[in-house]
Ligand binder design. Structure first.
Ligand code: DHB
Length: 317
C-alpha cells in the first residue's frame, strides 16, 4: 500500500489518455444514465456506452442474461436508449470533469445506420472516441460482421473517412491463425486508433440438467459466452493482433478479467487497456478499484512502475 503511488496504471489509446487502464466492456452496466453516472464516479479509467442504434430498442425477451460459476451467457438483443441519449450524455459526462474519457459504442443494424450514427456522434461535443461494434452475435438473422471479411472492408471504407474522433473496432474472437492474419492485414489499411479483442464467444449453449431446459429465452438458448470460459481465447486474440497490427493501433483486451492477475496477463499479451464485462455484472462498480489494487500489487512485486515496463513482453519457451 505505502508504495502504491509509485506504480502508475495510466495509459493511452491513440491520443486519448486514461488515468487508469481498466474500464467497462460495452454492454455491462452502461445502458442508462444511472449506469453511466456510476461508471463516471467509479474507479474505471474510461466510460464506454452500451452499443447504440439510431432508435430506442427494448431488446430480446427475458431471461436474456445468465451467470454460472465459470462465466455468463447473454442474448440481450441490443437494448439501448438510442443515439440521441448517448450523444446528449456526452455533455453530462464532460460536466462531471471525472478526468476520464467517454467512448460511445456504435452498432448500427446496417452499413447505412453505422454511417448515420458515426456522422451524428462526430458532431456531438464531449465524445472522446468511438468503438464500432463488428461482432454482435445476438440478432436473429444477422450474421456477425466480423466473420465476413468483405463486409468489414465495406464498412470501414464507408466509415473511416467520416470519423473525426479516434475510431476503433470491437472484433469477435477468431480461432484460426489465417483468420488473424487476414483480418489484421485488412485493419492495417485503415486509420484505426484501436481494436478491442474480444466480443463474447458467440452462440454457446448453457443448459440446466435439473430442469432439462435452456437458461435464456432468445434463440432457443443460444448466446454469447463471457467470463472464465473465454479468457484463453481472448488472450490469443489480443496477442495475435498485438503482433500483427501496426504499432499505432492499440489493442484493448476484453475477456475473462476478474482479478489483477487476469488484467496483468492481457497487458503482458500486448493490451494497452483492459475491459471488464462479466465480473462487472457480478461485482458492480467496486470491481475497478479492487482489480486496480491487485494489478498494482503484482507490478510492485515484480518491480514494474508503469504498464510499458511489461506490456507485450510475453516470453516464449
Ligand atoms: C449485444 C451483445 C453483444 O455481444 C454485442 O456486441 C452487442 C449487443 C446484445 O445482445 O445486446
Amino acid at each position: 500500500m505505502e508504495n502504491s503511488t509509485t506504480v502508475s496504471l495510466s495509459t493511452q489509446i491513440g491520443r486519448v489518455a486514461l488515468p487508469v487502464c481498466l474500464y467497462n466492456a460495452s454492454g455491462a452496466r452502461c445502458t442508462t444514465a444511472q449506469d453511466l453516472l456510476a461508471l463516471a464516479q467509479s474507479g474505471a479509467g474510461a466510460v464506454l456506452s452500451k452499443s447504440s442504434t439510431m432508435q430506442f430498442r427494448e431488446g430480446n425477451p427475458a431471461p436474456r442474461y445468465y451467470e454460472t460459476t465459470l462465466g455468463s451467457i447473454n442474448s440481450m438483443g441490443l437494448p439501448n436508449l438510442g443515439h440521441e441519449f448517448y450523444g446528449q450524455h456526452a455533455q453530462v459526462h464532460a460536466a462531471l470533469q471525472s478526468g476520464k474519457p467517454y467512448i460511445v459504442s456504435v452498432s448500427g443494424l446496417s452499413l447505412e445506420e453505422n454511417v448515420s450514427l458515426i456522422g451524428f456522434y462526430n458532431e456531438a461535443a464531449g465524445i472522446d472516441a468511438i468503438e464500432l461494434n463488428l461482432s454482435c452475435p445476438n440478432l436473429p438473422g444477422k450474421p456477425q460482421t466480423g466473420y465476413d471479411f468483405e463486409q468489414v472492408q465495406h464498412v470501414l471504407d464507408a466509415v473511416c473517412p467520416l470519423a473525426k474522433q479516434p475510431l476503433g473496432v470491437k472484433l469477435p474472437p477468431y480461432f484460426d491463425i489465417v483468420h488473424f492474419e487476414q483480418m489484421a492485414a485488412i485493419l492495417n489499411r485503415y486509420p484505426l486508433a484501436f481494436v478491442t479483442c474480444i466480443n463474447s464467444v458467440g452462440n454457446g449453449l448453457v443448459i440446466d440438467a435439473h430442469t432439462e431446459t435452456v437458461v435464456i429465452k432468445p434463440k432457443n438458448g443460444f448466446g454469447g459466452l463471457g467470463g472464465d470460459y473465454v479468457k484463453p481465447t481472448a488472450l490469443a486474440n489480443v496477442h495475435a493482433f498485438y503482433r500483427l497490427l501496426r504499432p499505432e493501433i492499440g489493442v484493448i483486451g476484453c475477456g475473462g478479467v476478474k482479478t489483477g492477475q487476469d488484467a496483468f496477463e492481457h497487458i503482458l499479451c500486448g493490451a494497452v487497456a483492459v475491459q471488464i464485462g462479466t465480473q462487472l455484472m457480478r461485482e458492480d462498480m467496486p470491481v475497478f478499484a479492487r482489480i486496480a489494487y491487485e494489478l498494482q500489487t503484482i507490478m510492485q512485486q515484480k518491480g514494474y512502475t508503469r504498464l510499458e515496463d511489461f506490456r507485450g513482453k510475453l516470453r516464449y519457451l
